[in-house]
Structures are given as structure tokens and as C-alpha cells.
Design a protein around this ligand. Structure first.
Ligand code: ADP
Ligand code: MG
Length: 163
């Protein structure tokens, strides 16, 4: 059984068919890329999977459960995490605190400490992680965004989706 199954996904914005009957499946551990010209519907597909946009048709299931139409917070709690092209960190927190917040949100402490290495996955320790000023510095900007998404995922070591 695929981990993520997208079947006949469609998303309309008024008359515009941004995504039209798209189907694909992702197995556990698989890395799948989505390529296409600007405006071809890649981000919209990610947004539908993450629940940011309600889809207009089709079904999305994760680990065998139908997640179609669930709000983003419920989907997030199931372990689907995403990054954004334009990161918007909490600027009053350090890089590490941003990642920790993502890891701890809605989880109990024991589970989090056991399953989530908040210093893993890109924002590798170092003093930079304890700074606020690094939010806009490359390569920390991208790394911190990825680490935040990984900390949220069910398996933080799993491949991350970029969208
Ligand atoms: N929130 C929105 N409202 C209206 N149209 C949108 C919205 N988001 C995306 N679109 C349109 O949907 C199409 C697909 O966009 P998008 O998914 O961002 O493409 P990609 O990520 O592949 O560049 C584009 O024509 C875009 O203008
Ligand atoms: Mg895009």
C-alpha cells in the first residue's frame, strides 16, 4: 500500500482548472519529484495535499486513511509536513526554537524526545541555530525551513517534500 495516494485530484479556481485529475502514489521511503512549467499546478497540488486549499475533486489518502477535506492542522498532525518557497519563521524565536516549536506542537514530550531529533535534518546544531539573526541568511534560511518541516513529519529522517 502506498504511503500517500492521490487519485483524480482536481482543483479549480473559478473557471481555471489549475489541477485536473492528477493521480500518483508515493511509497514509504520513495522520493518523488513533481516537475512542470510555471503555473502548471505543482504548488496547488501541494496545497491540496496539505489541506491549505480544499480540492474540487478526487481523493487523497495517507497511510491508508482518507484525508480528503481535512483541515491543515489535522493533516499536519498526521505527519504530513511541507516547506514553503518563502519561509515565514517566527522572528522573535531562534532557528532552533522554531524547529522545536514545530516538533512539540500537539505532541507529548516523551514521544517528541524519542522520535524527533530536533537538531537533525539540516539545522545542524552550531551556534547559528541559537540565533534570531540567521533567519534571513543563506544557507540557514532554507535549512531551517526544511528542519522545521522534518521535525513535524512522523519520521523526521524521511525525505522532505519541497513546495
Ligand atoms: N489562490 C489562487 N487563486 C487563483 N488562482 C490560483 C491560485 N493559486 C494558483 N492559481 C493559479 O493556478 C495555476 C497553477 O498555479 P501553481 O500551482 O502555483 O503552479 P506552479 O506551482 O506549478 O508554478 C496558475 O494558473 C495560477 O495562477
Ligand atoms: Mg509553485
Amino acid at each position: 500500500m502506498p504511503m500517500l495516494n492521490v487519485s483524480g485530484l482536481s482543483k479549480r479556481f473559478g473557471a481555471l482548472r489549475a489541477v485536473h485529475e492528477v493521480s500518483f502514489a508515493v511509497e514509504e521511503g520513495e522520493i518523488l519529484g513533481l516537475i512542470g512549467p510555471n503555473g502548471s499546478g505543482k504548488s496547488t497540488t501541494f496545497n491540496c495535499i496539505a489541506g491549505l486549499y480544499p480540492s474540487s475533486g478526487g481523493t487523497i489518502s495517507f497511510e491508508g486513511a482518507d484525508i480528503t477535506g481535512l483541515p491543515p492542522n489535522r493533516i499536519c498532525h498526521k505527519g504530513i509536513a511541507r516547506t514553503f518557497q518563502i519561509p515565514r519563521p517566527f522572528r522573535n524565536l531562534t532557528l532552533l526554537e522554531n524547529v522545536a516549536l514545530s516538533a512539540f506542537f500537539g505532541r507529548n514530550r516523551v514521544e517528541t524526545q524519542e522520535s524527533v531529533g530536533i537538531r537533525r535534518g539540516g539545522a545542524r546544531a552550531g551556534r547559528a541555530a541559537d540565533r534570531r539573526a540567521h533567519h534571513d541568511r543563506r544557507p540557514w534560511r532554507r535549512r531551517a525551513e526544511e528542519a522545521r518541516a522534518r521535525a513535524r513529519a512522523r519520521d523526521p529522517a524521511a525525505p522532505a517534500a519541497r513546495g
